[in-house]
Design a protein around this ligand. Structure first.
Ligand SMILES: *Cc1c(COP(=O)(O)O)cnc(C)c1O
Length: 225
């Protein structure tokens, strides 16, 4: 099946409240354009350099989501290019985004990334860290970031009950933070969870944003999952 057909097929299955982020990391511009011509406008990248190279040669109405671990020294490069940064995993990173966004005259929607997987390798905040970030005086002073929700990655396992439990934990974190910090802020609304192997379960557990690479673009040659 072509990339365009796959995009149309997946989009046709999604309820209106679930957004598709087409994860285009490692994919060349021609392949991204196939998805673009099928109507896809939201793409996810996980490396600053790669994002910059692609953004420079692809249409300006693409909304790029940064979904990878972001080093503070790369923030300046990505801030002018992104619609959303999904992978905020420290107060230090958020402070840097706020500062660079001020320089660029922007307000950047950000998701807080939580570590819900059992694997040690995955980045993300603990629930306590997320809460103390939102409590901090430093966060309250920020004017150039806007917290739009949460993001997480489940364990890479065939045990779908474990995966479901991890997604449920992320939804619970979302609900808790919503109640505690954003009760009257409609912009705090996203639960970004679900990848090619597990997005149907993520949607059952309340995902509002799925991030699909392999399913849309076939096999990735990449060890950096
Ligand atoms: C690569 C990646 C995805 C997409 O993974 P697939 O299994 O190819 O769908 C989603 N989210 C993040 C953070 C990724 O790095």
């Amino acid at each position: 099946m072509s990339v365009a057909d796959k995009i149309r097929e997946v989009k046709g299955q999604l309820p209106a409240h679930v957004e598709l982020v087409a994860v285009s990391k490692t994919k060349p511009p021609e392949v991204i354009m196939e998805a673009y011509h099928a109507g896809q406008r939201v793409f996810g990248e996980n490396k600053a350099q790669e994002l910059a190279a692609k953004a420079a040669c692809l249409p300006a109405d693409i909304r790029w989501h940064f979904i990878g671990h972001l080093q503070t020294n790369k923030v300046r490069m990505v801030v002018p290019l992104v619609a959303v940064i999904q992978s905020v995993d420290s107060l230090k990173l958020l402070k840097t985004i706020d500062r660079e966004a001020r320089e660029a005259g922007r307000v950047i929607p950000c998701l807080l990334e939580f570590r819900i997987a059992a694997e040690e390798t995955k980045y993300g905040l603990t629930p306590e860290e997320g809460e103390s970030l939102l409590h901090s005086e430093e966060f309250r002073q920020m004017r150039h970031v806007q917290i739009a929700g949460v993001m997480g990655m489940a364990t890479f396992t065939g045990d779908m009950e474990q995966v479901r439990g991890e997604f449920r934990a992320l939804r619970n974190i979302f609900t808790h933070l919503k109640t505690r910090f954003f009760p009257s802020d409609p912009r705090f609304r996203e639960i970004s969870m679900g990848m090619s192997a597990d997005y149907p379960i993520a949607m059952e557990e309340g995902s509002t944003m799925i991030r699909l690479g392999t399913t849309l673009f076939s096999e990735r040659i990449d060890t950096n999952r």
